[in-house]
Design a binder for this molecule. Sequence first.
Ligand SMILES: [Mn+2]
Length: 247
Amino acid sequence: MGFASLNPSYGWIVLLADRASNELEEVPVVTIAGVTLVADLAGALYWEDERLLVVSDLHLEKGSSFALRGVLLPPYDTVATLGRLGAVIARFDPKVVIALGDSFHDRDAHGRLSPANRDILGALQARRDWIWIAGNHDPELPCSLGGSVASDVAIGMLAFRHEPTGATGEIAGHLHPKARVSRRGRSIERRCFAGDGMRVVMPAFGAYTGGLNIRDAAFARLFGGAAFTAHVLGDNRLHAIAAARCC
Ligand SMILES: [Mn+2]
């Protein structure tokens, strides 16, 4: 895969050449501090130059976490989330994967991974640099999980951390942004990337994760008002919608 050309009339779309078939394809992108990343509709970002894939807030074992407290959810969230992650990894074949924190729903959640899910995770990690960024739900992850653990990572113009600080070039998670838009009298709410060109907050990737509406004050504080864009994850494309137009 490689960028063919930027289409300035759309801004967030480039033409991507599939090297194998030599076909051109339009893909959505999000630009952060001058770096253009492919936005995958599953809720991941891919940095072609670094062959780096980033996902946030997997919240693995959320189902079993609730079960421990007597709230029964179907216990299939981990296998569903790992399955979607596997599909994204197969699409991009990244050299580096960053899990941007809250990868596990609670401090002990990694210990509740079933042997089968542990194997699935191990297969995803094979032949890649895997970085677990510490989140507030999973501040301490053991080496036995594979990969390395970090509080944050800086590469070139970009900084990867769990909780957004608003710094330039920051890719963060934690807030689980969702946007609600009304169209023809119908209101829909979908996960989104929230960004203003200099920083972005990623959607939660996990199967059972809730979301925070981007009109919440937490986003206004981060972006200094509503001058940012919701890159909304649609079924077939990414919809760039001004935050001020969301409700
Ligand atoms: Mn968090």
